[in-house]
Write a protein that binds this ligand. Sequence first.
Ligand code: IFM
Length: 392
Amino acid sequence: MINEFPKDFLWGAAVSAYQTEGGNTHCDWHEWEGKGHGKEPSGQACRHYELYEKDWDLAADLKLNSVRLSVEWSRIEPQEGQFDQKEIEHYVDVVRSLKKRGIEPLLTLHHFTNPLWLSKRGGWLHPRAPAYFRRFTEKIVPFLSPYVRYWATINEPNVYAYCGYVECKWPPQERSWIKAVMVQDNFMRGHVEAYRAIKKIYSVNKLPSPMVSLAQHLRGFLVSGSNPVHRLRARFNDYFFNFRFLDTVTQLKTMDYIGVNYYTCEFFPPLKKELPLNNLGWQIYPEGLFLLLLRLKRYKLPVMVLENGICTDDDKKRQEFIREHISSVKQAMLRGVNVTGYFYWSLIDNFEWEQGFGPRFGLIEVDYSTYQRRVRESALKYSEEICRNRPS
Ligand code: IFM
């Protein structure tokens, strides 16, 4: 019998800097919250900036062998071209403390927030945004490269563009399809520049070649009838939201693996039978992950699920969610998809952007009045699943 999950499979959970650290005052999201937008301000978030050692202890107890995290650009470069060495050292400590626990860090360089100086210039619409991003990458990677092998340059460029420039619910709240496309194209350039910069730094320093990718949000757009208009809509969304970005960056040979974030599916027309929902009203459909993973085979690259999770107050639902999605991963592997990692979103409850602290995604509950952590039953079940699937 084949063991579907190889020994070096990354079993992890993810977090991002702005959603957990607290006290990030030099970025566009902080300014936006200050103007009264969103349900509540992120404030101290989970105080992960100070409590990260504790969070890594909990991750180690759960037998995770990897954690995906991000650095906050606006801490490191609060003013254009001025880098704060103390903050760089902070992140070196953060990744070293993962390594000390035998946990492989997977580091994201951009997870939705921009330094204020960049957003004042138009953010990712600025023609020089990719070059600014490369300069930031070139500054910090030499410090982190001794400890980090896995990178994701940008998190969900499609969601960023959609929420900020189409749905108009995130900063900068502009409504323009043209700008949404321009932003995504600049993210593509930013990714390519950062990818090449990272590879060069490792090669100049004679370090083993790192695995560099980005985290693309893939949403299943599925047709549930035979109406050609529905088919067309599904195809249109599937290409522009899911695959246009991936096709370009893979053609440019700037992906060492495909990083995928998967949460939900949309059916055209909506299904009559009701699917279970998470607390934000997103349909839960584990088979959607299986179907999307199969379609990634064509890139002939390893695939990692960099985010997959549920916000719910019913922890039993979380247990089921994890079990069913891991089973989808397993099925895809049996059908020949080379999946090399799975990261649950999220390690700890955190700040869910414009929705505030209400939606609870965490394997670990955070009490926002005391900042105490409590390990949920679903975390223990996930840990058991990891141990069961890990060849001894
Ligand atoms: O919390 C977010 C994360 O920042 C990016 N991916 C989706 C998650 C849940 O909405």
